[in-house]
Structures are given as structure tokens and as C-alpha cells.
Write a protein that binds this ligand. Structure first.
Ligand code: PMP
Length: 462
């Protein structure tokens, strides 16, 4: 641990205490709503994670629009969390709001394809490149369904993922690595993630996890001939941010092809890379690609795309199966309301101009943050994937999840987040992620940099 970090961590605890008090003074209405909600919700929130932000009570939202939202106490926030990517195209984009209004009196769901189904299919293919698509309601579901298809078409059972991965609450992927006690590095076993609740199956039976950026380990596992698919993000974005080393994903494409393993790229977060996602911009064609979160403007929707070759293999697998439940799909997936929102988002919101704006402003933010860290002589780094930025408490970007975890400093992170929140700037919880949306303005970037500058001055002055 760097000595600068140690000094900051020591003060972060005190700062956190005073910021918690300030939060409670600023948010009496949120505190009251939390008290009322506790009567009917576990932890007082609709989903228990909402209680894990590190604020003394949850922050209740009154209204959100573009890059801003107002809390229950009528305080305005510049939102760099953007629903952890769900609102990456801004809150309530106008074309989506309009499409929803138009569809609102024409039916929400019928378990039948709406008349705009061909247009939505064409928009998906046009934006993301792959020719064939299926819809799901969440990225979690899309990943779960893709795993089933992959096992069905390959006739293999095993899944390969990377340590530190997150692909939603898909049981198969919720694993931890046991590291060799002697060298403290080599992954020797894959086990069910210790924090899982109600997990009864040994997830290490069918899932193997290795270090990200470790091609030798990937090849070793693939060469068993038992791996149905390799599921990964183009960069790990859920344990801090771990970028792929140059050529790593291209090599994964080659290796998976060689060993008859399907390559699934989960682009739920790397949709921030540029229009069409990371793979399309890098010229790499996975067997499956998964998109979720923002593709219907923040309404629940996900889609998985696949190649023409795979479409044939999937159809053959389905046709060969006995009639009955496939275990793939949910009732509300691809409903009429979602299709309307998807179409509006893909054709009117996620436009080349929107991405141009997001990427340009995110680059400005990257420069500003880098300069700020230099000015405060902090041994930290900024990693950017298009419109998505991550600040990590280490001098250079981690190469795998183990390095990323070693750089995490919870107290320091909480202190920075709460300091910023108390001054009207929201970062993504559980790490230091910032997203730029089409409605983010240079003044929003300036505000983040100014408040963070004050925060770092306070931290480093002690
Ligand atoms: N894939 C990735 C890469 C994710 O980061 C997430 C959620 N953070 C998911 C899938 C799951 O998305 P959802 O919770 O919307 O199902």
C-alpha cells in the first residue's frame, strides 16, 4: 500500500463522520421516507441493494431528467451514476417519453409480436452489427438464456469466466477463485461466491474461472474440450475497471474458435465504448453479444445477438428438443411497450451525434481528472472506456481482478462519494465510476472537478 493512501485513509474515517452528519441535516425528507418505508420493505427499500450505497439513509428521488435529478428534499444533483448505465442515454430521453406516450393507449403486452417487430430487429442489426436477435427483460436474463443456448448447441456443459466477473445474478457466473497458498497468485479452484444467499449447488462443478488477461490459463482450460462457452465483458467493469491488454480479446476470439468454444461478449456496460458497442468498433465478431440496461432508454429490456451460423445451430437444437418448456424466455420479454422504447432509443437517442458528444466530453473529464490527481500528487489512475470512467486507488490500471481488489479502499471511497453527494454530485456506488450522457454539459464536468478538487484538498491537508 502506498504511504499517501495510508495517510488519506486515516483521515477518511473522520471526514466520513462529519459528512454523515451533514447528509442527515440536508436530507430530512429522505430520512422520513426511509422511516416510513421500513414498515413495508426489507431494509426500507424496494430492492435490498438500494440500502448499500453508504449513505446514512437512502436518498429518495423525486424527479430525474437528462443528466440531473432532484431528491425528496428538492436538492439538484448532477448524475454521473446514471442508474449504473441504465440511464446512460440520460434520464427520460424525449423520444422515448414520446414513444411511450403514443404506445400507452395501444397496449403494453400481449405475448404476441407488435407490428414494429421487424423495424426493431432491423435497428438492432443496424446498430450492433449481428444479424439475428432475441429479446429478454434484463441483461441477467439475456446472459442466462445465452448460456443455455451455448450448452445446447455445443453439447458441452462447462462455462469459462474471469475472476471478478459480474454478468447479473446468473448463478453459473457467481463464483470465486481459490488462489494457490504458496505463490498467492495461481488460481487453483473455482468455488461458489461466499456471499451468495440460499445457494445450494456447488457452482465450481460446471464453471471455471481464471485471471483476466491470462491467455495461458484460458488456453489451458479451453484445451480440455469441455468448455461450451467463454463469457466475458470486453473489459472487466464490475470490480473497479480492468482493461484488456492489447490484443487480448482478439486472441480470445482465435482460441475459442480453435477449441470449438463459443465466445459470448457481455456488452451491458461496454456499450459506452462507442455506437454499436466495443466489439463492433474493434472489428471482432463474437458468437453471441449481450446488451441490456440503457437500450430501451432505461426501461427493462435486453437483447442478445448472434451470427447466422449460430442461428441455424440454435434452431436445430430447439427443433431436436422434446416439445415443452425450453427454459428460455419470460412472459413480458419483447412486449409492445418495450419494443416502442427500444425503437425510439436505437433510432433517435443512441445516435452518432449523441455518442460523439458523450465521448468528447468524457475525454475532457478524463483530462481534468488526470490533471487533478497530478496536482494533488496522488498515486491513482483514471481508466476510460468511451463514455465511462473509473478512478482507482493505484498508479496504473489493474491487470486482473486480484490487483483491482487490492486497490480498493472502502472508507476512502465512501468518504469521497458522500462528500460529493453532499455537494450535489453523484458517483456510482461500490466503485468510483462516472458516466457521461448526451445531456451532460461542460458545466456539469466543471462542477464534478471543482467539488472533487475541494474534497481532495480536504483529504490531503491532514
Ligand atoms: N452484465 C454486466 C456486465 C453487468 O454489469 C450487469 C449489471 N451490472 C449485468 C449484466 C446485469 O444487468 P441487470 O442487473 O440489468 O440484469
Amino acid at each position: 500500500m502506498h504511504s499517501t493512501n495510508n495517510a488519506l485513509i486515516a483521515y477518511a474515517e473522520r471526514l466520513l463522520k462529519s459528512e454523515r452528519q451533514r447528509y442527515l441535516q440536508l436530507h430530512p425528507t429522505s430520512a422520513r421516507l426511509a422511516e416510513e418505508a421500513r414498515q413495508h420493505y426489507l431494509y426500507g427499500v424496494p430492492m435490498h441493494w438500494m440500502n448499500d450505497w453508504g449513505t446514512p439513509t437512502p436518498l429518495f428521488v423525486r424527479e430525474a431528467r437528462g443528466a440531473h435529478f432532484t431528491c425528496a428534499d428538492n436538492i439538484d444533483y448532477t448524475d454521473f451514476c446514471l442508474g449504473d448505465t441504465g440511464a446512460m442515454f440520460g434520464h427520460s430521453p424525449e423520444p422515448v417519453a414520446r414513444a411511450l406516450e403514443e404506445q400507452a393507449r395501444r397496449g403494453f403486452t400481449a405475448m404476441l409480436p407488435g407490428v414494429n417487430t421487424p423495424d426493431v430487429g432491423a435497428a438492432l442489426a443496424d446498430q450492433f452489427g449481428l444479424p439475428y436477435w432475441q429479446l429478454a427483460t434484463t441483461a441477467t436474463d439475456a446472459n442466462r438464456f445465452v448460456l443455455r443456448w451455448a450448452r445446447a448447441v455445443t453439447g458441452r456443459t462447462k462455462l469459462l469466466v474471469f475472476d471478478g466477473c459480474y454478468h447479473g445474478t446468473v448463478d453459473d457466473t457467481l463464483v470465486d477463485c481459490v488462489v494457490d497458498a504458496e505463490d498467492g497468485k495461481t488460481v487453483s479452484q473455482t468455488v461458489s461466491r461466499a456471499s451468495l444467499i440460499g445457494q445450494t449447488v456447488d457452482l465450481g462443478l460446471n464453471t471455471v474461472a481464471v485471471d483476466f488477461n491470462d491467455l495461458a490459463a484460458v488456453e489451458r482450460e479451453l484445451s480440455s474440450g469441455e468448455i461450451a462457452c467463454l463469457l466475458t465483458e470486453p473489459a472487466l467493469t464490475n470490480c473497479g475497471m480492468v482493461p484488456a491488454l492489447p490484443g487480448f480479446i482478439a486472441r480470445l476470439r482465435e482460441l475459442t474458435t480453435r477449441y470449438g468454444t463459443l465466445l459470448i461478449l457481455d456488452e451491458t456496460h461496454t456499450i459506452s465504448s462507442g455506437r454499436g458497442g466495443w466489439a463492433r468498433n474493434a472489428g471482432i465478431e463474437p458468437d453471441f453479444v449481450v446488451f441490456g440496461k440503457p437500450i430501451a432508454g432505461g426501461l427493462p429490456a435486453a437483447a442478445y445477438g448472434f451470427s447466422a451460423v449460430l442461428a441455424k445451430r440454435m434452431q436445430a437444437a430447439k427443433d431436436a428438443a422434446p416439445p415443452g418448456h425450453s427454459g428460455i424466455g419470460t412472459t413480458l420479454s419483447g412486449n409492445m411497450l418495450t419494443l416502442a422504447a427500444l425503437h425510439a432509443t436505437l433510432t433517435e437517442v443512441a445516435t452518432p451525434a449523441a455518442y460523439e458528444h458523450m465521448l468528447t466530453l468524457a475525454a475532457t473529464l478524463e483530462q481534468g481528472l488526470t490533471a487533478l490527481l497530478a496536482r494533488h500528487a496522488l498515486p491513482w489512475c483514471i481508466t476510460r472506456i468511451g463514455a465511462r470512467l473509473e478512478l482507482q486507488f493505484c498508479p496504473t490500471a489493474p491487470v486482473n481482478a486480484r490487483e483491482a481488489r487490492a486497490a480498493q479502499q472502502d472508507e476512502l471511497e465512501h468518504a469521497i462519494h458522500l462528500y460529493l453527494l453532499n455537494r450535489g454530485v453523484l458517483l456510482t456506488p461500490f466503485h468510483n465510476m462516472m458516466l457521461v450522457c448526451p445531456e451532460t454539459r461542460p458545466a456539469d464536468i466543471d462542477k464534478l472537478l471543482t467539488v472533487l478538487d475541494d474534497c481532495l484538498s480536504t483529504l490531503t491537508a491532514h
